[in-house]
Design a protein around this ligand. Sequence first.
Ligand SMILES: [Zn+2]
Length: 171
Amino acid sequence: MLDVSEATRNPGSVYSFDVGQAIAPQEIGGDTVVFDEARLFGRFEAMENGDIEIEGKLQVLAHARCANCLKEASARVEADFRELFQREGDPEDDEIFTYSSHVLDLQKLAMSYAVMHLPMRFLCRPDCRGYEAYLGQDQKPDQQQKEQPGQYPFAALQQWLDQKSDSADQE
Ligand SMILES: [Zn+2]
C-alpha cells in the first residue's frame, strides 16, 4: 500500500518510495510458486487528472520445485516496471491499474511483474543432472540429496534406495 495523498495535492512533484509487498502463491505450469515478500522501490508522481505514474524496480525471491529433480529451488526475480494507476478507472478491468482513497494497492502490480519475470525452469543448482541421473547409480546419493527427505515427493523412493544400499553393505 502506497499513500499518494501528498502527491495528488502536488501534481508534477516526484516522490520516492521503497515498500514491501506480499505476493500470493501462484499455480504455474502444474507447480506452485511461492514468493518471499517482494521489495518495490522507485518514484511516482501525480498527473493533473489525478492519475499516478509510477516506475521502479521489483525484487523478490521465488520458490518452486527443481525442473530436473523436484527438490526445492529458488530464483531471484528482478523486474523494471512503469505503470499508470487511474483514479477514475474501472477496478474490475484487468488491463489497467486503478486506485481510490489516495492509496495505491501494489499487490496486482507486484504479482503480475513477478510472474512475468519468472525463469522458464527452476533449478536447485545450475548443474543439476536430475533424479534419473543417480537412479542408475549403485552408490548412495550424496549428503545434500539426503537432507530432510520428508520434504520431497520422492521421499519414499529415497528411503527405499537407502535401505537397498544399507542391505547391500551388510551382505
Ligand atoms: Zn535439481
